[in-house]
Every structure is written in C-alpha cells, then in structure tokens.
Design a protein. Structure first.
Length: 136
C-alpha cells in the first residue's frame, strides 16, 4: 500500500532534474547567469525558480495527487483515508518540505519516512497524507 521509499526518492530526483536542472538553466540563460560549470541564480531569478517549483509541487499534488516524477513511478499522494488530498493538505505538506529537506537532500524526510508506520515524512504527518502506489 505505502509507496516504497526508493520510488519516492527517484520520483523526487526526476522532479529535481526537471525544475532545478532544466528550468533553472533556462532561467539562467535568460538572465545571463550561466557559469562554466552550469549556472548560479541570484536574487529575483532564484526566488522565481523556487516560487515556480513550489507552485508545481503544490498544484500538481492538489489537482492530480502526483508530480511528473510520482506519475512516472506510479505513486501518488492521498489523504490518510485514501481520498484525494485537499488544497490545504497540499499546501501544508509542501510548506513543510523546507523542514523535510534539512540538512541536505531530504535527510529529515527520509529518516521520518523510514521510522513512520505510515511511511510519512513530517509534511505528510502534519497534512494527514500518505504516499501510495497508484493503479494508473
């Protein structure tokens, strides 16, 4: 029932590449912030990338229950009762993503998933959501 932690990690990695790899580089090209090693966004450009990324997670999970990465790995976010999550639940789980990311690469989130009966990161527990395998 609960999504495998590795599927969650790989789904996140796909989304990370999409947003911070492709979109981040595109913004860097438009704002002339590329470097010999990639890009380095500063100021408004960095804020824009993080804002768009937040909206991506918030809206795709609220509307479809999954980001592109989650869809690819056939997992989705549902309420603890197995229903579609609300916009409020999506907002809570995605705002608390900032805590789950600490100190780097979701260490807090991975530890909480590994130690939770429902395989929830802190954002899931606070939003009363779970990540499960989907039938689609």
């Amino acid at each position: 029932m609960y999504a495998n932690i590795w599927k969650r990690v790989f789904a996140w990695f796909i989304d990370f590449i999409l947003w911070f790899g492709l979109l981040g580089y595109f913004i860097a090209v438009l704002t002339h912030q590329t470097t010999p090693n990639g890009y380095s966004l500063k100021g408004l450009s960095a804020f824009f990338l993080f804002g768009i990324s937040f909206l991506y997670y918030f809206l795709t999970e609220a509307i479809w229950g999954a980001t592109l990465g989650k869809m690819l790995f056939k997992i989705k976010v549902v309420s603890e009762q197995g229903q579609k999550i609300s916009y409020k639940q999506s907002l809570i789980r995605n705002l608390t993503r900032l805590i789950d990311m600490l100190p780097i690469f979701y260490v807090v989130g991975i530890i909480s998933v590994a130690n939770s009966n429902k395989k929830q990161r802190l954002g899931d527990a606070w939003a009363h959501t779970i990540v499960v395998g989907s039938k689609n």
